[in-house]
Structures are given as C-alpha cells and as structure tokens.
Ligand binder design. Structure first.
Ligand SMILES: Cc1cc2nc3c(=O)[nH]c(=O)nc-3n(C[C@H](O)[C@H](O)[C@H](O)COP(=O)(O)O)c2cc1C
Length: 414
C-alpha cells in the first residue's frame, strides 16, 4: 500500500516531500509553521495579508499606530478614499517578515508566500507590485498568487531579476481560470511553475459561488490535467481542499498530482498562529457548526465556524488603521453594510451588522474563525488532556502523519 512518502515533488533539481502547507492569513500560517514544513523537506507558506499588522506584532514596528495617527481626522467619515498605504512602509514590512523568515530556513524544503489579489488596499496595482517585488527582494523561494485571477500579476514583476528563478504559482478553482491566467500572462513568456487547484472544501475564501457544494475537487483536478495535457503544458498540479489523510493525498498522487496543499489539520498545531482558545473551538466543532456564508466583504463566499464573534458584530469600520480591503475607489462592502445598519437604527449605540463583517479587524483579532470543511474531524486527530480539553499537536506530527500514514489511518500523538 502506497504512502505519500513514496512520491516526490520535483522543482528543477530540487526534490521535495510533496506536502505544501497552504497560506493562512492573517499570520495563521506563521513563519514557525512554514519553517517546520521546510525543515521536514516540504513547502510551507507565510502570508502577506495585513503585513503591517504582522510586522508590528513580530518586530515592534509601529506602522498601524502611525497610519491611524495620520488619518485620525477621517475616522467618522465613511468616504475612505484618502486613506492610503505608504508604499515604502509596505516594502519595509514585507522585507522584515520575509527576510527574517528566510534567514531561519533549515532543511531541504522551501518557504513560499501567499499573495491575495483581493487585498486591494485602496491602490490595487501599486500595492500588489510592491508586495510581490519586496518578497522577491527579501529572498522568498516562491510566491503563490491567490484570491483573484491575477491576469496582470506577472507583468508587475517581469523585470525583476528573480522573475525567472523564484517559483511562481497560482491558485485556481477551475480549468477556465487557469486558461485565462496563462493566456493573459503569456506575453511575459513565462509559465507558472505550479498550479494549486483548490476545491470547495477548503478554508478561507472559496473560488466558487454559494453553489459550491455542486463541485468536486477530483473532477476539477481531472479537468485541469486534461487541459494541460491537451495543450502539451507540463505544469505540476497540486490539489487542495479537504485532503485530510495521507491516503487522500495518495489518491491524488496516483491521478498524477505533483503534490498536495493542506491547511486545516495544521490549524491545531503549536506552530499555528491561532490562539489556543480558538484552536479548542476548532477541535470541538461538529459538522453543523460550520457554514459557508457571504460575510466577507470581498464578495467571495467564506467558510467559518458559525460561532465566530465576527458574525453580527457591529464595529465602526477601521480603515484608517487597516484598510486592506478598500478597492481602487476607497470602498468596502462592510462600510456600505455598516451605513445601512446605522441608518436603519437611529440612536442605537450597540449595532449588529448582519450581512457583512469587518474582515480586517476580525481577522486581526482572530475573531473570524475561518476553517476547512473537515474541521469537524480534527477531534479525531488527537487525544484529550486531563481537564477535558483537546491536546494541541506539533506541526511535525501532522506533517509526518500525512507523509507516512496508510489505509486512511490518522496517528494520534504519543
Ligand atoms: C484558517 C485558514 C485560513 C486560510 N487563509 C487563506 C489565505 O489567506 N489565502 C489563501 O489563499 N488560502 C487560505 N486558506 C486556504 C488554504 O491555504 C488551503 O488551500 C486549503 O484550506 C486546503 O484545504 P484543507 O484546509 O482542507 O487542507 C486558508 C485555510 C484555512 C484553514
């Protein structure tokens, strides 16, 4: 019986364990988690979501405080178009986060960064350019383009000295999205080094509508592989979303996948950025406690625990401090939802905004408990402590369980 360790993911002359831990913003996939994946011979991701917040908490910078100071005058104004990111600071924060992580890499594996296009930051093109270029400057091994079609993203970095040496990949949820990406980026004369095909059971935002349940990862993977074969394109395909055991992964490897991207099982590890209290909520969750909803102002459906404090909270938009989801005109769907709620409830102090959530604030505070579909199975991956709580795992334990397990088995911690 095969195990995932019988396969290797080949990138040029590098041979890797075919396990990629997916990016989880905001600092849920920490440097520590990504570094463990690399140490064990696989690929880990950090994320550049809300990078200034991450830099402040890790490196004692004061980017958020300074931005709030600068735009304090605008806090009560619902027009946020004046609230801009300073590109130099964005570059500095990215270089700190990426640079310090890369300095610490040990082992045969690699560390990539997850870069979401939907973080439009009130100046989509300018900010994405700085994010991508600074990550390359700071020595990241690879960039996974996420949450968006990224039709022009290669052109933003094509003159960067590392454009052809860094690994560049894209997350898609359909063959159509991949076709568009390749067609549009063709003029840079460079193909992606890998394609993550993410199905509807993943955590975070979904690349599907609210009819996500109609889709199946294995069919999309087969469709992408058939299209690549037909076009004679040799690009490694990495399925993601609901791959819960080593045996699940082996089934994809036998279909011809180059590796798998996994995340949910690592949300309950010591190295993961989620506070331990929140990890216990993930462990305790039953299938009925998880939903896909339209709370995210990005317009993408998102999967989360129904008990997330973010749902129904009514805080004033915090764009002067954060503002990562402001579009090119300084708008965010949460601001609109908040305004509608204020108008409908004159004089009410404590509001509850039902239809959208202030994702920046709640991701920053770990109050939006986004998770994969199989989060309800996490309780079966550990044992209980004497006080009845679930035992956190080590990233090494989970990684090795994926790598070596057979027969759909899940190893409990020793
Ligand atoms: C808590 C959490 C946060 C996530 N955040 C992001 C993110 O910021 N960007 C992204 O591209 N994918 C994100 N994802 C998706 C993962 O990177 C990954 O592709 C997917 O969850 C894999 O499926 P699995 O969780 O069933 O293993 C997130 C997943 C989880 C569980």
């Amino acid at each position: 019986m095969k195990k995932l360790d019988d396969f290797r993911l080949t990138f040029g002359n590098r041979e890797l364990v075919p396990i990629m831990i997916g990016g989880m913003g905001v600092d849920i996939s920490t440097s520590a988690l990504a570094l463990e994946a690399a140490r064990l011979g696989g690929i880990g991701h950090i994320s550049d979501a809300m990078i200034k917040v991450v830099s402040d908490s890790k490196f004692n910078t004061t980017f958020v405080k300074e931005k709030l100071q600068r735009y304090k005058f605008n806090v009560a104004n619902m027009d946020k178009s004046v609230v801009q990111f300073r590109l130099g600071e964005l570059a500095e924060a990215t270089k700190l986060h990426v640079g310090k992580t890369m300095e610490a890499v040990r082992g045969a594996g690699m560390v990539f960064i997850n870069c979401m296009e939907k973080l439009t930051m009130n100046a989509p093109k300018e900010t994405l350019t700085v994010r991508l270029r600074s990550a390359l400057d700071a020595g990241i091994d690879g960039i996974t383009l996420a949450a968006g079609l990224h039709l022009n993203s290669f052109s933003l970095i094509e003159d960067h000295p590392r454009f052809r040496d860094a690994k560049l990949g894209i997350i898609v949820s359909s063959a159509r999205a991949l076709q568009l990406f390749i067609r549009k980026n063709m003029r840079t004369n460079r193909l992606p080094d890998y394609v993550v095909v993410e199905g509807p059971l993943a955590g975070g935002h979904l690349g599907f509508g609210m009819d996500w349940a109609k889709y199946e990862l294995s069919s999309i993977v087969a469709e992408v592989m058939a299209w690549l074969k037909n076009e004679k394109l040799d690009i490694p395909v990495i399925p993601a979303g609901g791959i819960f055991t080593g045996s699940d992964a082996v089934r994809y490897m036998e279909m011809g996948a180059a590796g798998v991207q996994v995340a949910t099982r690592f949300t309950v590890t010591h190295e993961c950025g989620l506070p331990e209290k929140v990890q216990q909520e993930y462990f305790k969750a039953s299938e009925e406690d998880i939903e896909v909803n339209e709370q995210s102002p990005t317009g993408y459906p998102m999967r989360m625990l129904k008990s997330s404090p973010a749902i129904g909270a009514g805080i004033r938009p915090n764009c002067e401090a954060y503002g990562y989801l402001l579009d090119a005109k300084g708008c965010c769907a949460y601001i609109d939802a908040y305004n509608r709620t204020v108008e409908a409830n004159p004089g009410v102090k404590k509001l509850s905004v039902k239809d959208k959530t202030c994702l920046c604030t709640h991701m920053r505070n770990f109050d939006c408990w986004t998770c994969g579909h199989y989060t309800y199975r996490l309780k079966d991956t550990t044992t209980k402590n004497e006080d009845g709580s679930y035992r956190q795992l080590s990233a090494e334990h989970v990684f090795k369980d994926y790598q070596f397990s057979t027969d759909n088995r899940i190893a409990l911690p020793a």
